[in-house]
Ligand binder design. Structure first.
Ligand code: AMP
Length: 426
């Protein structure tokens, strides 16, 4: 096949909606993941890596077969043993499946975080891919408004840890079984009155899973939904007390949130607290992340009847939003450049010293000085340390700030013995 493509003069393509990550983009990904992981560790979460492929049933049973994700977007196929398998469209179901299979729920609470590729057969557009990456975490076995508020706080801390502050938190409560039973009755009554104006898809959902009608993106459905009864008015007494406590804890935590009555999230397994994180600056308005509490998921997948809460943040979306400040946030890379071959070994020895001090650095020694400086620039180095024969004679180095517009401070002569300290402070 490969040879045939070459023969016909066609270039091999990557699958639509799936992209290669390298250079600046893979740097951004690593930067975000490392920061998020540190936040998760600070709150006591450990990493879990689950398979990318799960038996399809795991998603059918947990996410719900009337959701967009399951009904339209899954990459599902029969493997060679005729078993139906699916590339994971989200992380929670797989992590909970692992908790059940590995009997981790025997010792509660379980606090796990994950990061990896998810797959959804969606229409590719800005910030929406068919393969994308999520960082998420799950906290199972500690049902309390404190855990809900802490989980939202962790999501906030994660996003702030990369220096991104232009976002808001939307919260809602989906209540308990009693709440949803009463609410479902109310919206069935309401939507039935408007059934002839609903899209064909929403009419089917109205019969099978009425809450999902609220998820519709169809313009006319959205208009009808905007007048629908709100879930908050049907919260059971217990659910209301629970939600009020979550909100007051968020206030204590000084987390700005807005209550959004129509936030039901796209998946069936949520109960009680649901939340979403949206950007507030720029033109991109889609959610960066979201999560919520799930009371039934463990039991549905064969585990104990314990509740959990989690969230997932879409790393690719954050990468889109963080372009401007990433350059300043990124660890500065230093180029060590000998002027000529005579200084190679001195420069190499300095490069080793920088690496031993965990300073990101490159040893650039091939070609003319001009060429070496160009390479340093192309590799994204912010500082060049230049060693010529004069510098070696005087036990100094010349430090050049590559992006500085301040002519007086662009180039400095520093004593060789002071260079590590100088780099740490500048
Ligand atoms: P969800 O599980 O749908 O709530 O998704 C959680 C987060 O994953 C979203 O807020 C997005 O940031 C990200 N996400 C979901 N779907 C996609 C997609 N098709 N492409 C890129 N990011 C996505």
């Amino acid at each position: 096949m490969r040879f045939l493509a070459v023969k016909l003069g066609r270039m091999a393509r990557s699958v639509r909606g799936m992209k290669d990550l390298y250079g600046r983009e893979s740097d951004k990904f690593d930067f975000i993941f490392n920061k998020f992981r540190l936040v998760g560790e600070r709150y006591g979460f450990g990493m879990i890596y689950t398979p990318i492929l799960e038996y399809t049933d795991v998603f059918y049973r947990s996410i719900g077969d009337e959701t967009d994700v399951v009904s339209k977007e899954m990459y599902t196929f029969l493997d060679k043993g005729e078993e139906s398998v699916t590339l994971r469209p989200e992380g929670t179901a797989g992590v909970v499946r692992a908790i059940v299979c590995e009997h981790l729920d025997q010792c509660l609470p379980v606090k796990l975080m994950y990061c990896g590729e998810m797959f959804r057969y969606d229409r590719p557009q800005k910030g929406r891919f068919r393969q994308f990456r999520q960082f998420g975490l799950e906290h199972v076995g500690d049902k309390s408004p404190y855990t809900d508020a802490i989980t939202i706080a962790i999501a906030v801390d994660c996003i702030r840890s990369i220096g991104f502050c232009d976002f808001k938190i939307l919260v809602n409560s989906l209540g308990d079984d009693e709440t949803r039973e009463n609410y479902t009755k109310a919206i069935v009554k309401y939507f039935s009155r408007h059934e002839d104006r609903l899209s064909a898809e929403s009419r089917i959902r109205l019969k099978k899973n009425p809450l999902r009608v609220l998820d519709s993106k169809n313009k006319q459905d959205v208009e009808i939904c905007s007048m629908a009864p709100i879930l908050m008015d049907y919260l059971s007494k217990d659910s209301r007390v629970y939600f009020n406590k979550v909100c007051s804890l968020l206030e204590d935590y000084e987390i700005n949130y807005e209550i959004n009555h129509f936030l039901v999230r796209g998946l069936d397994y949520y109960s009680h607290t649901a939340f979403e994180i949206l950007p507030t600056s720029g033109t991109y308005k889609e959610a960066i992340g979201g999560g919520g509490r799930y009371d039934k998921l463990l039991a549905i997948l064969g585990g104990l009847d314990v509740s959990g809460i989690g969230f997932a943040i879409g790393i690719d979306r954050l990468m889109l939003l963080m372009d401007d400040f990433f350059v300043q946030q990124k660890k500065r890379k230093i180029a060590v450049i000998p002027v000529s071959e005579g200084e190679d070994s001195h420069a190499f020895s300095l490069f080793r010293d920088l690496q031993n001090c965990e300073m990101a650095s490159e040893f650039i020694h091939l070609g003319s000085l001009t060429k070496k400086m160009k390479i340093a620039d192309r590799l994204g180095c912010a500082i060049a340390i230049i060693l010529g024969s004069n510098e070696i004679q005087n036990n100094t180095v010349t430090v050049k700030f590559m992006n500085s517009s301040d002519a007086a401070n662009k180039t400095r002569s520093i004593r060789l013995s002071d260079i590590i300290n100088f780099l740490r402070c500048n």
